[in-house]
Design a protein around this ligand. Structure first.
Ligand code: PEP
Ligand code: MN
Length: 366
């Protein structure tokens, strides 16, 4: 009896190997089809084809498994092949960790942004409003150790009658103020036709949440080599956000920093909902630096400190925050910009004061 069982088991072992060989061969064929589908942009999942295969299998089924069992066994096989094809796709994405094992460090002059570097702080007004405003803010921020100065010259406003920004004049004012205080200048570009002016005046090109889906703009900026700060769209999935970055990399610009700025949810007490899991996931799945814009996330001054801590705790490489000499009279985002004294308190409460001082170079130690 023992010997009989052993011999039957030997037969099963041999069949297992045969099945494995056949499954591997099948997987290779599925991979080849997957590659062709990727090239033509068609979906890996074809329900009609899957149904045809199941019909053929159940028609040929001679038992002892019933049709339902045969179907469920083969569905497992189909799913495994599909998974393989999806993994293959990820390998070919330039943003994916599968295509680049090292983290991208974006260099803005001598400043480095990314994993292993101390978290950066990008600060400045929502909009550049006047020479006095931008000069006073740049002076104050530089005196506190900030190196990345932000300010919008082209503002994407919901209401067409509200302040739209000073345009190229604003870019010039931002550049002057940044230069006067040794700062790098980050500004939002809304139209590819303005690229020459931005190449001249800005150090980092910001793509705003409302333009994250503007593929023409993404392609144009992808052909520049300027560092880009790519905001996540108001209602963009993580995949859509990463694919927007893929456009930039695909066109040849590797200097991309992702920026989570809150997404629109049903919650009315905050302007947007900061998606901390998106920050963690973007760090896990891509090799790009990720920063968190705490001002637009919550839209509330009283949330800036906790949201900064949350962002850094999940692995952000930096924080963006808006600062204005007198937020009460700001031409945009009055409610959430910090005045200079509040900014000092913010630096203390978040630990950035220590990081930005010449003696200390860490925020939280992780
Ligand atoms: C901004 O940073 O000035 C801005 C308009 O942000 P967002 O695109 O995230 O709304
Ligand atoms: Mn703003």
């Amino acid at each position: 009896m023992e010997a009989k069982i052993r011999s039957l088991r030997d037969e099963i072992d041999a069949l297992n190997l045969e099945l494995l060989e056949k499954l591997s061969k099948r997987a290779e064929l599925a991979e080849a089809i997957g590659e062709l589908q990727t090239q033509t942009g068609s979906s890996h999942y074809d329900p009609v084809r899957e149904q045809e295969m199941l019909d053929a299998l159940t028609a040929a089924n001679r038992g002892p498994f019933d049709d339902a069992t045969v179907k469920s066994l083969f569905k497992q096989v189909f799913q495994a092949s599909m998974h393989l094809e999806q993994e293959q796709d990820k390998k070919s994405y330039l943003t994916s960790r599968r295509s680049r094992s090292r983290d991208t460090i974006v260099e803005i002059g001598d400043l480095r942004v990314g994993s292993g570097e101390p978290p950066v702080l990008i600060a400045g007004p929502c909009a550049i409003e006047s020479r006095e405003q931008v000069e006073a803010t740049a002076a104050r921020l530089a005196s506190r150790g900030v190196t990345l100065f932000r300010g919008g010259a082209f503002k994407p406003r919901t209401d067409p009658y509200s302040f739209q920004g000073l345009g190229v004049d604003g870019l010039r004012l931002g550049r002057e103020a940044a230069d006067a205080h040794g700062l790098k200048f980050v500004a939002e570009i809304m139209d590819a036709r303005d690229l020459p002016a931005f190449e001249e005046h800005a150090d980092v090109l910001q793509i705003g949440a409302r333009n994250m889906h503007n593929f023409t703009l993404l392609r144009a900026i992808g052909r520049s080599r300027k560092p880009v700060l790519l905001k996540r769209g108001l209602a963009a999935t993580i995949q859509e956000w990463v694919m927007a970055a893929e456009y930039l990399l695909h066109e040849g610009n590797p200097n991309v920093i992702l920026c989570e700025r809150g997404i629109r949810t049903y919650e009315p007490t905050t302007r947007n909902t900061l998606d901390v899991s998106a920050v963690a996931l973007a760090k896990l799945e891509t090799h790009l630096p990720v920063v968190v814009d705490v001002t637009h996330s919550g839209g509330r001054r009283d949330l800036l400190v906790p949201l900064t801590k949350a962002g850094l705790a999940v692995g952000a490489d930096g924080i963006m925050v808006e600062v204005h000499p007198n937020p009460a009279v700001a031409l945009s985002d009055q409610k959430q910009q910090l005045d200079f004294d509040d900014f000092d308190a913010y630096l203390e409460a978040t630990g950035y004061a220590k990081k930005l001082s010449p003696e200390r170079h860490e925020v939280y130690g992780f």
